[in-house]
Design a protein around this ligand. Sequence first.
Ligand SMILES: [Zn+2]
Length: 297
Amino acid sequence: MAHTEPSKLDLSAAAATNESAIVDSDSVPAGEHDSRSIVPSTVPSHHRAPSGAPSGPVATAPNQYPKYIEHLTRLADARPSSPYLNPIDYDGLSWPSVGARERLESSVEEKAAREKRIADAVRTLLTELGEDPNRSGLLETPERYARAMLFFTKGYEDNVKDVIKNALFEEDHDEMVIVKDIDVFSLCEHHLVPFYGKIHIGYIPNSRVIGLSKLARLAEMFARRLQVQERLTKQVAMALWELLQPQGVAVVMEASHMCMVMRGVQKPGSSTTTSCMLGRFREAQRTREEFLSLLKK
Ligand SMILES: [Zn+2]
């Protein structure tokens, strides 16, 4: 599962060739996305990076060259077509969109402006719902909601490297490790309402172990984003698989979806279970059964 780390250097090299094909990040077939040679041939020739840059005819368009590099960087930063292609990408953000990077890198002023834009949108929403956003009870609701929403999705600003930090240890241990009942709160990406429940994580080390509290932090990082339960489960499993290179990883999540419960599609109290089994948990039925029986205890 090793992957190469694309760098800005690769990009300028690609820009200098002038020959690469268009690569639309959405249409790249799985498996081919790593060859990030992203130079759209539709870019007008005067926008193109001169060959042999920067000694080429930069003088004719002094301001366009950096802009073009920025454009290329953007494209390269666009999220891969699948969240499972690189479970942990080169900066550890794990399937961020361009917007997530913008959010992460924004200044204090930009953060305030973002909050205000969200609040303005909520004011529109309140009006459209038939409310008066100027009545006293609702006066500060848009700002409150904006802050709450940013909190509910703060996982976009987390990256695996910070989350895990120095908590990987070489340890001669090869027995199953399980952390059960990690509380998880997430937002369904189809309705923007919560789904919440418990996540259970197990793994069988291959001489590398992780600080136990980090399992909860990892789940939190992926949960505090717009999600579907299936992807959340799989992202946690795949990130661990990559971090620990263990003999096996198992993740099970049970959650109640408010979009189902509140609309009467699902009975209150019922829950949805998803699981992702990798390595020995997938291959060996006995190992899987041992894990599942330990969850019931
Ligand atoms: Zn939903």
